[in-house]
Design a binder for this molecule. Structure first.
Ligand SMILES: NC(=O)C1=CN([C@@H]2O[C@H](COP(=O)(O)OP(=O)(O)OC[C@H]3O[C@@H](n4cnc5c(N)ncnc54)[C@H](O)[C@@H]3O)[C@@H](O)[C@H]2O)C=CC1
Ligand SMILES: CC(=O)C(=O)O
Ligand SMILES: [Mg+2]
Length: 473
């Protein structure tokens, strides 16, 4: 059994070993035989009769870890002290904190940053609200807002459970683009309440990043906030995903020598991400798109409760193909998965056209694991960081907001999104392009710079940038 790489699967097992009875060789064998992979061992302390050791090993999941711990615990002279998960350890107390830009060293400083000095600054903003951009953190802040209704592919797990994901997004905003992002998880899933809350908290923010809000409510929430606020509002799961998908696809079709507009594309999961990806494909000239959700292909002439599926049926599936995913995938050039784990089978991938492209983007577990699909596909990508070709909206949102904040855009429009897709795709040069490198890494610092620059140029061209051009580097 081979273990996928990635620190998120590392466990630390603390063992007390009876020096006379226990053998490290037996422990290593027990872990290896159970499919675990030892990454490191450390001696915590040694006493006369016993030693305490930490053994770090990688596993698939919690069940796999339990199995290994049980096997090791049965060995003679071995006592399991505790097991800890490196991912949980990283989350203790949360992942982010607020920091001040300078210390308050004396009364003089105090009277400037706080009362009475601060009052003059407040009054200056009162006289001209636009000054909030230069005299407060507004010009560098984004609210990452979720109601916990569609967290990754985990479903409606609630606002508290959404927090680690939103903290992660905030970390990425800061580390990759210097944007100060605040995770805000709401204890309501009512559209009107969400609108009221977001509008009410918007004065302190330069942008709103909606995250993991389920379809179809997310469409209405975003549309109305865009109309009613003068700062950029961006639903990451829709547009961030679509931008990065398009970047990956531009490069993948180039690699396999197909034209995007000639491709038969099957999109699985017609929610927030699936709808936005489809809209972007349509605007790129693709016509042969078939959307599939739980009940099969979405078809014109059928009645759907979801008004967006009504729109979807009218605008896709021109050949009126009916059936399950397994049926409609026949002859497809591209599969785009934004649904859930294990939806696509190797037998389905086998039925695709030659040089097929599979983007199984559901998180944390894709529609099909690369190991299963790879024998039958030319290009394979997932949303995960532990495989090549990570198609994930993290390649978009930091640079997108950096650009939008820097030029003080009122909106993030189609022009800015398309520019971002091309910017991301352009990071991979023709010489570098290959089956395992169609999309740049999140850690490639050029990505944010290129996206920012492309977004700023597009914002000025399309007339949504408010800052004087010469002031923006
Ligand atoms: N790689 C990336 O950057 C991103 C990946 N995603 C992933 O895409 C998935 C969907 O996210 P959202 O669109 O935000 O959620 P959503 O809740 O708005 O939509 C999910 C859709 O998938 C459908 N679906 C679920 N299981 C299915 C199945 N077995 N067969 C067919 N359809 C199925 C649902 O009925 C729903 O229409 C999640 O797993 C999420 O993690 C979302 C955004 C970005
Ligand atoms: C990546 C992301 O935003 C998601 O899976 O929901
Ligand atoms: Mg998301």
């Amino acid at each position: 059994m081979s273990i996928p790489t990635g620190a998120n699967t590392n466990m630390i097992l603390r063992l007390e070993l009876d020096k006379e009875i226990a053998s490290f060789g037996n422990i290593a064998t027990a872990i290896g035989d159970s499919g675990g992979d030892i990454v490191a061992t450390d001696v915590v302390r040694t006493e006369k009769k016993s030693t305490v050791r930490d053994i770090t090993f990688s596993v698939y999941d919690q069940k796999h870890s339990d199995l290994i711990v049980e096997a090791v615990g049965k060995l003679p002279g071995v006592k399991v002290v505790h097991v800890s998960d490196q991912t949980f350890l990283l989350h203790l107390g949360g992942k982010i904190e607020m920091a001040t830009k300078f210390p308050i060293k004396n009364r003089d400083d105090l009277s400037r940053v706080y009362t009475p000095g601060v009052a003059r600054v407040s009054m200056a903003i009162h006289e001209n609200k636009a000054r909030a951009h230069s005299l407060t953190i507004k010009r560098n802040t984004v609210a990452v807002i979720s109601d916990g209704s569609a967290v990754l592919g985990l479903g409606n797990i609630g606002p508290e459970a959404a927090m680690p994901v939103m903290e992660g997004k905030a970390m990425l905003f800061k580390q990759l683009a210097g944007v100060d992002a605040f995770p805000i998880c709401l204890a309501t899933q009512d559209v009107e309440e969400i609108l009221l809350i977001v509008k009410a908290l918007s004065p302190g923010f330069g942008g709103i990043n909606l995250e993991d809000i389920s379809a179809p409510r997310c469409f209405d929430i975003e549309k109305r906030l865009v109309e009613e606020l003068d700062i950029p509002v961006f639903h990451d799961d829709q547009h961030g995903t679509a931008v990065v998908l398009m970047a990956g696809l531009i490069n993948a079709v180039k690699l396999v020598g197909k034209k995007l507009e000639d491709c038969k594309i099957v999109v699985c999961g017609i929610g927030a991400a699936g709808t936005a990806c489809t809209r972007m494909l349509l605007s790129a000239g693709v016509t042969n798109i078939i959307g599939v959700d739980r009940q099969g292909a979405i078809l014109k002439g059928k009645e759907y409760e979801n008004p967006f599926w009504q729109w979807y049926a009218e605008n896709t599936n021109p050949h009126h193909i009916e059936g399950s995913l397994s049926e409609v995938i026949e002859g497809a050039d591209v599969f785009i998965g934004v649904s859930g784990p294990g939806v696509l089978k190797a037998a389905d991938v086998k039925k695709m056209a030659a040089d097929s492209i599979v983007f199984a983007m559901a998180n944390p577990s894709p529609e099909i694991m690369p190991e299963e699909a790879e024998p039958y596909v030319r290009v394979m990508a997932t949303g995960r960081s532990d495989y090549p070709n990570q198609i994930n909206n993290v390649l978009c949102f930091p640079g997108m907001f950096r650009g939008a904040l820097d030029c003080r855009a009122t909106k993030i429009n189609e022009e800015m999104k398309l520019a971002a897709s091309h910017a991301i795709a352009s990071v991979v040069s023709d010489d570098e392009l290959n089956e395992n490198y169609i999309i740049p890494s999140v850690f490639n610092h050029v990505v944010v710079e290129k996206v920012r620059e492309a977004v700023i140029n597009a914002a000025y061209k399309s007339g949504v940038a408010q800052r004087r051009r010469e002031k923006v580097q």
